[in-house]
Design a protein around this ligand. Structure first.
Ligand code: TPP
Ligand code: MG
Length: 357
């Protein structure tokens, strides 16, 4: 991430690195340092969003990704140009990782005309079609049928692209999930649905735990009902996520069959800006998960390997703060959208989204 949309010091962190060995990823130290930097910037971005909301600069609603950074960071390492990414409303990190200018992301949250969707979408509706981000959706599970549809279209149009479909644990109790998973399994039998379901199981929906919403808490296993293979991954460990992401993405791309990964993660902050998590979570539980914070875990590993020292860590964190301060300044000083914009981009054809003439 950089305010001018340049690549980071050690190259584009979104780029896939050849591993050499079968399936396994040789996660080089440089690459891990890049990922650490990227996650630190995402964290600083999200913290700035929380401040912006409290100051009344960000309107509407706000859901940050604090604690879950390793999931999108890891999975998007397997992203290839032409692939599609679709997620719910906790979407800032996905846009930043796909390379959208962070200034345009923050300006969007500030409702400004310089925002990535001209200030019309806000936090929950980020889109960057050019970079494969197909949204940003506020209706829980509403995006799941769309993601499955994108994957079908990718094979129908005879491409080798895949769709990364991120979904929350809470969305899996919604009917839209079950209908879409059923079709994905069915189409997948003919190699016609290269959809990678990425369940971000952060243990809670909106104030309600997984245990209180479903008798079947093994979420990955629900995909058995639809003939979709699945596994679980430690969503706090970015290296584990990358290993899984590279391997299963390859499989989905090759076979055209859907696959599901349940990433076990935790949002160490409230569900959204108007949620008081103290009502339904104990301090002990939150503190326990903070010990496994994805950025902290990677930092520890890099310190142990002498890939980083305290001085370098401070430098990376300060750089992240400076970058985000610039981003916030840009958003704050940008103009409101033009009134003429009110009726533009309201309707569009699906063909345009799929890159068809
Ligand atoms: C159809 C629908 N029902 C209810 C809501 C209100 N709502 C917003 S977020 C949410 C919880 C979703 O939880 P989960 O899928 O686990 O995502 P997380 O917030 O944990 O990332 C609910 C019920 C909504 N936006 N849409
Ligand atoms: Mg959840």
């Amino acid at each position: 991430m950089s305010a001018d949309n340049e690549h980071s010091e050690n190259g584009d962190v979104g780029a896939r690195e050849e591993s050499g060995s079968e399936g396994a990823v040789a996660t080089s130290t440089d690459r891990l340092v890049d990922l650490y930097r990227e996650m630190a910037q995402i964290r600083a971005f999200e913290e700035a969003c929380n401040r912006g909301f409290r100051q009344g600069k960000i309107g509407g609603y706000l859901h940050v990704y604090i604690g879950q950074e390793a999931v999108a960071t890891g999975f998007l390492q397997a992203y290839k140009e032409g692939d599609k990414v679709i997620t719910a409303y906790r979407d800032h990190a996905h846009a930043l990782l796909l390379g959208t200018d962070p200034k345009a992301v923050m300006a969007e949250l500030y409702g400004k005309g310089t925002g990535m969707v001209k200030g019309k979408g806000g936090s929950m509706h980020l889109f960057d079609v050019e970079r494969g981000l197909m949204g940003g959706y506020g209706i829980v599970a509403g995006h799941i049928p769309l993601g499955v549809g994108f994957a079908y279209a990718q094979r129908y149009q005879e491409t080798d692209h895949i769709t990364q479909l991120y979904l929350g644990d809470g969305s899996m109790s919604n009917g839209a999930f079950h209908e879409a998973a059923n079709l994905a399994g069915l189409w997948g039998k003919d190699g016609m649905c290269p959809c990678l379901f990425i369940i971000e199981n952060n243990k809670y929906g909106m104030g309600t735990s997984v245990e209180r919403t479903t008798a079947m808490t093994d979420l990955a296993a629900k995909f058995d009902a639809y003939g979709i293979e699945h596994e679980k991954v430690d969503g706090m460990d970015v290296e584990a996520v990358i290993e899984c992401a590279e391997r299963v993405t390859e499989q989905v791309r090759e076979t055209g069959k859907p696959y599901a990964v349940e990433a076990l993660t935790y949002r160490t902050v409230s569900h959204g800006a108007a949620d008081f998590m103290e009502k339904y979570r104990t301090k002990e539980e939150v503190n326990e998960w903070r010990q496994r914070d994805p950025i902290g875990l990677l930092e520890k590993r890099l310190l142990e390997n002498d890939a980083l020292d305290e001085e370098k860590i401070d430098e990376i964190k300060n750089e992240a703060k400076e970058l985000i301060a610039e981003v916030v300044k840009f958003a704050d000083e940008s103009e409101q959208p033009d009134l003429d914009e009110l009726y533009t981009d309201v309707y569009t054809g699906a063909d345009e989204y799929m890159g068809k003439e």
